[in-house]
Ligand binder design. Structure first.
Ligand SMILES: NC(=O)C1=CN([C@@H]2O[C@H](COP(=O)(O)OP(=O)(O)OC[C@H]3O[C@@H](n4cnc5c(N)ncnc54)[C@H](O)[C@@H]3O)[C@@H](O)[C@H]2O)C=CC1
Ligand SMILES: CCCCCC(=O)CC\C=C/C=C/C=C/[C@@H](O)[C@@H](O)CCCC(=O)O
Length: 257
């Protein structure tokens, strides 16, 4: 898919990986709707993007992906303003093992919610143009992270949901590709104050430090490059793209006979 003039929605766009995804999409001439709960960070980023890319190329909407009402309103505003949605990057996520229900609500239920609401506008079955949905999972969606069992569970869920929806879409004719992005540790705010984020497992904080020393820490631009690949390569559907300091590779799954 060529990105020129395409309409992309990015959740969790105000900071970290989402902000880098927004930048690379704009750089490739897409228009981007930034959804985030962090109003001040979203507005600050929008102002900076206006100077660089022009005000008409982006829209920031304060939207909590755990809210059906806010998400529906944000997608409706997107379509009213830009005429459709071609690309959805389900990226919003948190790490807070002490608030495990909230973690499931944002990381897994949020992705299901935004996807189902966006289908109405994207699916060829309901008048949409088709397109691509990329869900930010994690290496912890493929390999267990011992200090973060609930975060791990949500990310395994995201990978499973993505792969199942890829088959659903193919079988039903939505015209939408679904792929999961699985980075290792990335330098963002999510990696600050790790002991507090681990809750009852804070005794294992040193294992994360060890992991970062052993495997290194990625920067957000490296993750954004992988997003670009999953969005633009029309052959990719139902894939999980792993990114670590060793490089990128597609997960190979056994085929059921
Ligand atoms: N930083 C890392 O090491 C890795 C992060 N990831 C995943 O990447 C995604 C982005 O994370 P980072 O950029 O690292 O974190 P971050 O904390 O820097 O940014 C997350 C963004 O999501 C927003 N957000 C949080 N809850 C939200 C909600 N309910 N509705 C809308 N927006 C919400 C935040 O306000 C923030 O702007 C997450 O899904 C995370 O699990 C995956 C692998 C590694
Ligand atoms: C608090 C850290 C935030 C992590 C956010 C992420 O999504 C990063 C996940 C990155 C890598 C996960 C790799 C898991 C690998 C394990 O299966 C094993 O190889 C490492 C064991 C160490 C451990 O479990 O801590």
């Amino acid at each position: 898919m060529a990105l020129n003039g395409k309409i992309a929605v990015v959740t969790g766009a105000a900071m970290g990986i989402g902000a880098a995804m927004t930048e690379i999409l704009l750089h490739n001439s897409a228009k981007v709707i930034l959804l985030d709960v962090n109003d001040s960070a979203g507005k600050t980023l929008k102002e900076a993007l206006d100077k660089k890319h022009g005000a008409e190329t982006t829209l920031f909407i304060n939207c909590d992906v755990t809210s059906e009402e806010q998400t529906q309103a944000a997608l409706q505003k997107t379509v009213e303003t830009f005429g459709g949605i071609d690309i959805l990057c389900n990226n919003a996520g948190i790490l807070d093992e002490s608030q495990w229900e909230k973690t499931i609500s944002v990381n897994l239920m949020g992705i299901v919610r935004v996807t189902y609401l966006a289908l109405k506008y994207m699916s060829k079955l309901t008048g949409g143009r088709g397109g691509v949905i990329v869900n930010t999972a994690s290496l912890a969606g493929l390999f267990p992270l011992m200090s973060c069992p609930v975060y791990t569970a949500t990310k395994f869920g995201v990978v499973g949901f993505t792969r199942a929806m890829a088959s659903t879409s193919e079988a039903s004719g939505y015209g939408i590709r679904f792929n999961a992005l699985c980075p290792g540790l990335v330098q963002t705010d999510l990696n600050d104050n790790i002991p507090e984020r681990l809750g009852q497992f804070s005794n294992l904080a040193a294992t994360i430090e060890k992991l970062s020393q052993l495997k290194g820490v990625l920067n957000t631009s490296q993750v954004a490059e992988c997003l670009l690949e999953l969005v633009t390569d029309d052959t990719k559907n139902g894939e999980a793209l792993l990114l670590s300091s060793d490089g990128k590779t597609y997960m190979e799954y056994p085929v059921m006979k």
